[in-house]
Design a protein around this ligand. Sequence first.
Ligand SMILES: Cc1cc2nc3c(=O)[nH]c(=O)nc-3n(C[C@H](O)[C@H](O)[C@H](O)COP(=O)(O)O)c2cc1C
Length: 180
Amino acid sequence: MKPEDNQQRGLAAARSPIVSDQMREAIARLPTGVTVVTTVDEGRSLTGATLSSFTQVSLESPSVLICVNRDSRTCDAVDRSGIFAVNVLAASQERVARAFSMPGESQDEKFASVHWSARKTGAPVFDGVCSWMDCVTLDRHDFGTHAVFIGAVVAAGSDTWDEAPLTYYRHRIFPLRERA
Ligand SMILES: Cc1cc2nc3c(=O)[nH]c(=O)nc-3n(C[C@H](O)[C@H](O)[C@H](O)COP(=O)(O)O)c2cc1C
C-alpha cells in the first residue's frame, strides 16, 4: 500500500468520534511528564504552551519531537522562529503548567509566572525546571489537527536533579510522588 493511501485511511479513522474518545481514554493511562515549549522571534516576542506530547527521537543524534495543535499560537511561532526550548516542569511548577495551558491567555501573562534566561538558541529556559533541551527545528510533519516538529538538541541541562517532576496522568496534573 502506498503511504498516501495509508494517510487517507488514517485521516478517515482519526475523524471518527468513537475512536477519538477511545483513544483519549487509552492515552490517559500513559503517565507523561509535563513540559512547557517556548520560543522567541526576531522581534523578541515570547510564546509558549504546556505540552505533554514530547519524546526523544535519538540520543546518539540528539533529537526530540513535539506534537503541537496547528490552531495554537505556539505552532505558528515555532514554525516562524525555527527554534524551541523544552522545559521539563518540576513538582513545584503546577501553576506554571496551568498558566501556559490557558487558551487565549496573553503571552505576557504566561511569562509573568516564571523567571527565565536564554541559552544557546535564545528560546526561554525557565528557572527551577527539572531539565531543559534547547532545539533547532529540523523538520515539520502535519497530520490532521497537529504538527510534529523534530528538533536537533543543541544544548541541554538538568539543573534541579533532586526535585520530583510534574506528571500528567488520567487527565490530572500532579507531582510524581515516588522517584527512581
Ligand atoms: C497537561 C497538558 C498537556 C497538554 N499537551 C498538549 C500537547 O501535547 N500538544 C498541544 O498542542 N497542546 C497541549 N495542551 C494544550 C495547550 O497547552 C493549550 O492549547 C494552550 O492554550 C496553547 O497555547 P497557545 O495557543 O498560546 O500556543 C496541553 C495542556 C495541558 C494542561
